[in-house]
Design a protein around this ligand. Structure first.
Ligand code: URP
Ligand code: ZN
Ligand code: ZN
Length: 460
């Protein structure tokens, strides 16, 4: 099967030109002007943008967390991602404390294999680093194609590791050419503030926010940068929200260090004032919490300064009845919000359409950098001969409204209900197949492939 996309405006992280893209089987085979290769099918992309499929390196699908499971499975979550123009996601495998990495991987493979609709890979979250875990790091990188390891500096008793474990893990991961990613907030400070607020009877969602002040994130980000610098292991801070944390990274650059930074779409767009809406604020209870206007401005500037490399989602949806688990105690509200389907359109509207970032920067932070940092480039994250034909054909002028009534995520509310956007996903290709067309998904359960990743070294 061959397919020709004609007359589109092709955008990569570095280029912007009119042209045609020829696809044979699963791969892009030629790019040019006036290509006429007798393809089996021609898609006319006149007036449309032709971009790489989105790569979202931070999603939690079917994840056991806070006494429940995130509500999107690998099927519903990757399908919703495709509807939103994201063709590859990286999900998190969570080691159970007292158990091996292998056991966790087997459990996640059981949920994802044959289920995913879109392509996916795994980060391995190390929550219990000991002599046995140490031996598994090489196996994960070399045998399983999992070259990134997630750590938590918070969620003590379930996920958090201490600085001793972090240092030892980073030394080991470095030895095998991997990368360590981190949820960088000071877990002990947060636990103290949560306990204090609960003891004072301060139990509404607002106190989730007030239990995680900016300093908890700035301190942990600086500490992580220091350990990364000392061990020489590449480090990546996930879901950065605020000025203080970005300044910790800025400081690290003064000693010639590179720390990769991800923010998420919600931190660019939403404010902590949403926590003042009584229990409705639970829709946006996530960790770290939403911040303030000055932080949003810092994050947009950080993208343009090249300090923030990736815009992800931290998609971790819960049904409203799951959120109600914390109706009388904010600390029991499952943390996370739904966005896997909305990221590409929201970032286009708020970033490109409103003039905050260029089209090239859009592709860089949403597609190319995540593929490069996590060892999937140039297979994923760009349009070039030899790359997977993962392509987002996007209408930059179509207007539409986000709503739970029309989204495809398995969650009964939208964090962006009623938002009116300019720019909409038109057609999505995944490995040469038309996956989304006319608001319909044309690939089925099990089409999504696990993407083995190489040693992480193809840095931006
Ligand atoms: O609130 C969040 N972020 N939920 C998912 C788990 C995590 O910390 O990333
Ligand atoms: Zn986190
Ligand atoms: Zn997360």
């Amino acid at each position: 099967m061959s397919l020709l996309i004609k007359n589109g405006r092709i955008i990569t992280a570095t280029d912007d030109y009119q042209g045609d893209v020829l696809i044979q089987g699963e791969t892009v085979t030629a790019i040019g002007k006036g290509l006429d290769a007798g393809a089996d099918r021609i898609i006319d992309a006149q007036g449309l943008l032709v971009m790489p499929g989105g790569v979202d390196p931070h999603v939690h699908l079917d994840m056991p967390f806070m006494g429940t499971f995130s509500s999107d499975t690998h099927e519903t979550g990757t399908r919703a991602a495709l509807f939103g123009g994201t063709t590859t996601v990286i999900d998190f495998v969570l080691q159970k404390q007292g158990h091996s990495l292998r056991e966790a991987l087997t459990e996640w493979q059981g949920r994802a294999t044959g289920t995913a609709v879109g392509d996916y890979s795994f980060h391995m979250a190390v929550t219990d680093y000991n002599d046995a875990t140490q031996k598994e790091i090489r196996q994960m990188v070399e045998e399983e194609g999992i070259s990134s390891f997630k750590t938590f500096m918070a969620y003590k008793g379930a996920l958090m590791i201490d600085d001793r474990q972090m240092t030892a893990l980073m030394q080991e991961v470095r030895r095998h050419g991997g990368l360590v990613t981190v949820h960088a907030t000071n877990g002990d400070m947060i636990d103290y503030l949560i306990a204090k607020h609960r003891a004072e009877g301060k139990l509404s969602p607002l106190y989730h926010y007030l239990s995680q002040p900016e300093v908890t994130e700035a301190e942990a980000s600086g500490r992580f940068a220091d350990i990364s610098n000392y061990t020489g292991c590449p480090g990546y801070i996930v879901h950065m929200t605020c000025e203080g944390a970005l300044n910790a990274v800025r400081n690290a650059t003064r000693r010639n260090q590179k720390i990769f930074v991800e923010t998420c779409i919600q931190y660019l767009l939403l404010d902590a004032n949403l926590y003042e809406r009584d229990f409705e604020g639970a829709k946006w209870v996530m960790s770290p919490p939403l911040r303030q206007k000055k932080d949003r401005e810092t994050l947009w500037a950080g993208i343009n300064q090249g300090l923030i490399n990736v815009v992800a989602t931290d998609h971790c949806p819960f049904m409203w009845k799951q959120k109600l688990m914390g109706e009388t105690d904010f600390s029991r509200i499952p943390n996370g919000h739904p966005a896997i389907e909305n990221r590409m359109e929201l970032l286009y509207n708020e970033g490109v359409h409103k003039g905050r970032i260029s089209l090239n920067k859009y592709v860089e932070v949403a597609c190319t950098n995540p593929a490069k940092i996590f060892g999937m480039f140039p297979r994923k994250g760009t349009i070039a001969p030899g790359s997977d034909a993962d392509i987002l054909i996007f209408d930059p002028n179509e207007r539409h409204t986000l709503s739970a009534a029309t989204h495809h995520m398995n969650v009964d509310y939208s964090a962006y209900e009623g938002w009116e956007l300019t720019g909409k996903v038109h057609t999505v290709l995944l490995r040469g197949k038309v996956a989304i067309e006319k608001d319909e998904c044309l690939v089925g359960k099990g089409y999504g492939q696990f993407i083995r990743r190489g040693k992480v070294g193809n840095f931006i």
